[in-house]
Design a protein around this ligand. Structure first.
Ligand code: GDP
Ligand code: MG
Length: 605
């Protein structure tokens, strides 16, 4: 395949605007998957994606499509198209930006009824800044309340997109789909690599296969790669033999060769994440080449401890994390230990949803049983002697270090909110309660406004999204990007059970909110901790000053007391439920703490 017959493109959009469904239709249209067979959202392969109905991982598929006279002379061209389906949620925009590195263009999908939303804006600018060809597509035109003309106007106002260039589709009924691939071929440039140059290939993604070892997804930027050749990594200088190579059609399909501009897979005997570095350049062994720019490192927005639910499982957890980070390079992992939880890891995530998904994948795909601690954003504490401490774990902040704190710094984000105008007032109240600073207030069209706020990251992480949705009956959308640190009056809030501080429950909060958060936390803990054989005092304290207190009276609740009617199956169910809960218990001093306790400060979901 000469590069002029290749197109690499991605589908980008706000969550639920129909990316994965459109991908299905294109795969069917080109005969890559058979119509009606396969599950819907074919490329959402992970269990967590199917359960939550969201795309978490970008997935690539190759399709073949005959079109026009693109071939040599006047013969119709048989084009090779690589489609990359991407996630929409803000936590996974790192996946999106990586996918775009392998593309020359995108389909920018917008729901005909919902119009431009916050992630539409974010994703548009990712593609725009990367200089990609952008094909605007208004999808779901079959809906009764579809307003394609209105959406065209929004696209014109916000992105200066020519209404003539907009495609109209329904991925559900198939309407308008016949125009999509021709537009891809005509409007997206072919990859620009040099066929006769030495090989340069970008490592896009990887995952671990029990039989084959690490499978790498790659984009061949320059040159050609064949099975049997030797490649070398620009980062590690390690050399490998190419044992298997091919395209994703849509399953691994060996071809023995990948040509300039193609996207495909390579198996080369890499064994771990340390070897398969996302963003690495691979080249022919012993050739001297300029490495490709690679990717910006992932910015970790939240950190949490990840511990084995049962102390003896540390090695198994270690193994599971190693395997999973091979497929999710955006997680950072360092060892840590906790008085309450033993030996485990401190992990950095791109957001809370990402953290939840990581937790779920560890359990579902790798059979680990884990406890994750209360997440925190990364703070910086600056001391009078000029030294600085990066705080990714509140427990690491000890008041008896003897050093005087000069300034506390907290991360902030620049948030974009798009909302029907009638909710602007309540959203401004919400943002100011969350210590936000208004940067911009403009209109998308007659009915909708766009707000930009600078907000402390920790205020966004704590349930902001749910609040926003409930205030606006689900009509507002929200996206953010990281902004600089700001100085702030922060304190460490300790949690004590019967006088003993539980390091895994410590948090850092703004001083003005310490009392309220302390009270809420004690109250929540009271509800999730079981009664013990003795009284348990729950306290929240700043240093030696107690700011809130609750007491759980003695005596354990007897779960069976509720059903002395003698319903055996119900009894068994309750017992099983209790047993299940026990696995996630940690005993601190003499008090059993269930998993929910660690999550109780920051509500997620
Ligand atoms: P993604 O989050 O952008 O990948 O969106 P999905 O492809 O998962 O689609 C979200 C929902 O919209 C699913 O329930 C789809 O069945 C539905 N959907 C997708 N395309 C259309 C369309 O053209 N018309 C209608 N009515 N529904 C659609
Ligand atoms: Mg999807």
């Amino acid at each position: 395949y000469p590069p002029h017959l290749v197109r690499n493109f991605s589908i980008i959009a706000h969550v639920d605007h129909g990316k994965s469904t459109l991908a299905d239709r294109l795969l069917e249209l080109t005969g890559t998957i058979r119509k009606g067979l396969g599950q819907p959202q074919f490329l959402d392969k992970l269990q967590v994606e199917r359960e939550r109905g969201i795309t978490v991982k970008a997935q690539t598929a190759t399709m073949f499509y005959n079109y026009g006279s693109g071939g040599i002379g006047s013969s119709p061209g048989r084009f090779l198209l690589n489609l990359i389906d991407t996630p929409g949620h803000v936590d996974f925009s790192y996946e999106v930006s990586r996918s775009l590195a392998a593309c020359q263009g995108v389909l920018l999908l917008v729901d005909a009824a919902q119009g431009v939303q916050a992630q539409t804006v974010a994703n548009f600018f990712l593609a725009f800044e990367a200089d990609l060809a952008i094909i605007p597509v208004i999808n779901k035109i079959d809906q009764l309340n579809a307003d394609p003309e209105g959406v065209k106007t929004q696209l014109k106002t916000m992105f200066d997109i020519d209404p003539q260039k907009v495609l109209l589709t329904s991925a559900k009924t198939g309407q308008g789909l016949e125009h999509v691939l021709p537009a891809v071929i005509e409007r997206i440039p072919h990859p620009k690599g040099v066929v006769n140059a030495p090989l340069r290939m970008l490592l896009l993604d990887s995952y671990y296969d029990e039989y084959k070892g690490v499978i790498c997804h790659v984009a061949i930027v320059d040159g050609v790669l064949k099975r049997g050749e030797k490649i070398e990594s620009a980062v590690t200088r390690q050399r490998y033999d190419v044992m298997d190579i091919g395209i994703l059609y849509p399953e691994l399909t060996p071809t023995g060769i990948l040509l300039t501009g193609q996207v495909g897979y390579v198996v080369s005997g890499m064994r771990s994440t340390h070897e398969a570095r996302i963003g690495d350049t691979l080249y022919q062994a012993s050739m001297v080449v300029e490495p490709l720019p690679g990717f910006k490192p992932a910015k970790h927005m939240v950190f949490a401890g990840v511990y084995p639910a049962d102390g003896s499982d540390y090695d198994a957890l270690c193994h599971a994390i190693e395997r999973l980070t091979c497929n999710d390079a955006s997680v950072s992992v360092t060892k840590e230990s906790s008085g309450a939880l033993g030996i485990g890891f401190r992990c950095g995530f791109l957001g809370l949803l990402h953290m939840d998904v990581f937790h779920q994948r560890l359990e579902q795909e790798h059979g680990a049983q884990v406890i994750t601690t209360t997440p925190t954003v990364p703070y910086i504490f600056e001391y009078a002697d000029g030294s600085k401490l990066n705080v990714q774990n509140p427990a690491a902040l000890t008041s008896n270090s003897g050093k005087r704190i000069l300034t506390c710094w907290e991360p902030t984000v620049m948030a974009t909110i798009i909302t029907p105008s009638e909710y602007v007032g309540s959203l401004m109240t919400l943002c100011s309660e969350r210590r936000g600073q208004q940067i911009e207030y403009s209109f998308v069209d007659g009915q909708r406004a766009m707000l930009k706020y600078r907000l402390p990251l920790c205020e966004v992480v704590i349930d902001f999204y749910n609040e926003l949705k409930s205030i606006t009956s689900g009509y507002a959308s929200f996206d953010y990007e990281e902004a600089e640190y700001q100085s702030s009056d922060l304190v460490k809030l300790d949690v004590l059970l019967n006088g003993q501080a539980v390091d895994a429950l410590a948090t850092i909060v703004h001083r003005s909110k310490a009392h309220r958060i302390g009270r809420e936390l004690c109250d929540k803990l009271k509800n999730v901790l079981d009664r013990q054989m003795f009284e348990v005092a729950i306290q929240a304290a700043i240093g030696s000053k107690v700011v809130a207190r609750e007491t759980i009276p003695a005596m354990r609740k007897n779960v069976l007391a509720k059903c002395y009617g003698g319903d055996v199956s119900r009894k068994r169910k309750l017992l099983e439920k209790q047993k299940e809960g026990k696995k996630r218990m940690k005993r601190v001093g003499s008090v059993d703490i269930p998993q929910e306790a660690f999550h109780s400060l920051l509500k997620t979901s």
